[in-house]
Ligand binder design. Structure first.
Ligand code: RP5
Length: 164
């Protein structure tokens, strides 16, 4: 059963949202991914949220652009951690509309909002949440951080040795 549910308001969000799937795959975390629109398929959104826990989903990553109500509405329906990804879509003025729609939630309905188009971090944050009850995933994430550090040190050395 998939541990992470990745949903997005439209297939036009996929170029951004696929980064969440890529990092989850890299970490060996099972996920499922589909399109659920808060405005165009409200009934489907309700069914998705209400069935998510029984389907094995423990974290939901929801991305949407413009008047981005999907993450907040899903969070309103189910007590699972919801990570919201604001997307700079064709109907977004400059991205702020998506950011604020996802970020400015009322008390009682939290959505963990990542940066504009920040689907990769959404995937990593989902992994961090799952790792709190999965020691082997926790070890994997420690290694992920070590690998990042090593990559930065290589970059540093390259920059330091660059001759103009
Ligand atoms: C939002 O409207 C979707 O999440 C997408 O970001 C945006 C544009 O959707 P399409 O017109 O491309 O289907 O609800």
């Amino acid at each position: 059963m998939s541990k992470v549910g990745i949903i997005m308001g439209s297939d036009s969000d996929l170029p951004v949202m696929k980064s969440a799937a890529v990092v989850l795959k890299e970490l060996g975390i099972e996920y499922e991914m589909t399109v659920v629109s808060a405005h165009r398929t409200p009934q489907r959104m309700m069914e998705y949220a209400e069935n998510a826990y029984d389907q094995g989903i423990r974290v939901i990553i929801a991305g949407a652009g413009g008047a981005a109500h999907l993450p907040g509405m899903v969070a309103s329906l189910v007590p699972l951690p919801v990570i919201g990804v604001p997307i700079k879509s064709s109907n977004s003025i400059d991205g702020w509309d998506s950011i604020l729609s996802i970020l400015q939630m009322p008390n009682g309905i939290p959505v963990a909002t990542v940066a504009l188009n920040g689907a990769k971090n959404a995937g990593i944050l989902a992994a961090h949440i799952l790792a709190t009850s999965d020691p082997s995933l926790y070890q994997k994430l420690l290694k992920y951080k070590e690998d990042m550090k090593a990559a930065v040190l290589v970059k540093a050395e390259n920059v330091e040795n660059t001759d103009f």
